[in-house]
Design a protein around this ligand. Sequence first.
Ligand SMILES: CC(=O)SCCNC(=O)CCNC(=O)[C@H](O)C(C)(C)COP(=O)(O)OP(=O)(O)OC[C@H]1O[C@@H](n2cnc3c(N)ncnc32)[C@H](O)[C@@H]1OP(=O)(O)O
Ligand SMILES: O=CC(=O)O
Ligand SMILES: [Mg+2]
Length: 530
Amino acid sequence: METTSAQLKKSKKKNEDFSLLTDEAISFLNKLHERFNEKRFELLGRREQVYDQIKQGKDLDFPKSTEDVRNDPDWKIAPLPKDLQDRKVEITGPVDRKMIINALNSGARVFMADFEDSTSPTWKNITEGQQNLYDAIRKQIDFTADNGKDYKLKDKTAVLKVRPRGWHLSEKNFLVDGEPISASLFDFGLYFFHNAHELIRNGSGPYFYLPKLEHRCEARLWNEVFVFAQNELGIPIGTIKSTVLVETITAAFQMEEIIYELKDHMAGLNAGRWDYIFSFIKKFRDRPDYILPDRNQVTMQVPFMKAYANLLVKTCHKRGAHAIGGMSAFIPTKDEEQNQKIFDKVRNDKTEEALAGYDGSWVAHPALIPAVEAVFDQIIGDKPHQKHILKEDFSTTPSALTSPNVMYGEVTEKGVRMNINVALLYIESWLQGTGAAAIYNLMEDAATAEISRAQLWQWYHHQVSFKNGKIFNRALFCMLLEEETAKVKEMLGQVRVETGKLAIARDLLKNLVKSEDFEDFLTLKAYPHI
Ligand SMILES: CC(=O)SCCNC(=O)CCNC(=O)[C@H](O)C(C)(C)COP(=O)(O)OP(=O)(O)OC[C@H]1O[C@@H](n2cnc3c(N)ncnc32)[C@H](O)[C@@H]1OP(=O)(O)O
Ligand SMILES: O=CC(=O)O
Ligand SMILES: [Mg+2]
């Protein structure tokens, strides 16, 4: 890749302003890049090959070549440290300073600090996020809000985990020999380099969540990165512990293999339901029999989601790993009556998970912690987890995991409008540097927004028709886009529309939906704009 001297100068200047980029840290990041970037691109290329096979009608199946891994009853993951035994409630959130303090103080067992779905990767967000985590680990983090409220850490805080960005993303502000480093290696590398020893000294460790893996070899790559990083820093192999998000349809067929690849560094799997739905739509997008109904109808109750959720618990417990539930997107509001319904929905969702054998689950908002904790406490009792539940009676099939049958539901004009509206609001927010937003009482992040735009692409390219007789074609899309843009303008107000990035968001969405070629991730198309 060609890089101009102006670009290099700019990147050097930016890096100088960020004190964690010491010579030693840069050298560590460079080594990660040199050793692992080529493999990363090779594996990203393999994703395309798998998609081409699906497009040609090949059904997904559990790989024959790794049957011995699945059939061998004797292997288990390495033992887990004390502070990773009880994970009944894990809060997640972006890496801004106030959020980190609130999440660590929230009473959740774990806080997952997120550089992925909920962070818009502006250089400011990424570098400040690293600095905030550095300060939090050393208990030297504080913050004063504009309203004068002071924030500082309590004595007892949640166990910290970090989710670096996925393999598909690059970090354009850090170049190695003129080439952008992998965003995964940047986020992981810088955090690990500065904090691994300090975390161990504090009685914890370097713990990670790994997003958006599509193949067991991508887990192997992470394992190789972990081994190398630990050796470089003189840290015993197996100190790093990671939880892998099973959030792609192809990974669902390789859960056991993913655990195996990372078994010395494995803490569990998480059912990342939103990216999973996105991946399902994306991988089967060409097939007319795979058109899913409105977004709000694709719930954890639909058969293919249930099959995946149950398989995840069974697989984890067979190998001694934690099974962690996904994110209910409902977040509390100021309206008490509505709140009642929201809490009921979250409680029901988490009860389903706990009864299915999950050992804990995610919350998006601190106000939900007591309710979710109560559910898991009631079902699991005093024990830290319920890994003894082996679910030996449960079995599933490739067709149950991939059948698009949702039993009921349809594509409606209201659903199309909602997807356009939410995607516009979210992309606008992301372009302004905010990667998680409360929109219509739901937590929206990159994963949920991807569902909206992927559905629009699929409905548009298959020209679905609604019960009212209208066909979702070019003319209708253009009309609805204009109408929803007008509504969003009203919502944002004149000042934000004039100074903000709604026009770019609208153009991005329009192109993402109309383009013949499906863009793999909307964030890849949006990244040049931040
Ligand atoms: C698909 C996936 O990947 S899910 C995982 C990734 N997504 C996430 O992690 C999203 C996490 N959630 C959030 O970011 C936030 O809850 C939002 C953006 C949805 C809503 O945030 P807000 O608009 O600030 O909500 P609200 O006004 O109700 O917040 C009340 C307080 O709770 C705090 N809070 C809200 N969510 C969180 C959180 N996840 N972690 C820590 N504190 C939080 C706010 O900072 C605020 O604190 P304050 O009273 O000291 O000012
Ligand atoms: O990262 C979580 C998801 O649901 O996507
Ligand atoms: Mg995700």
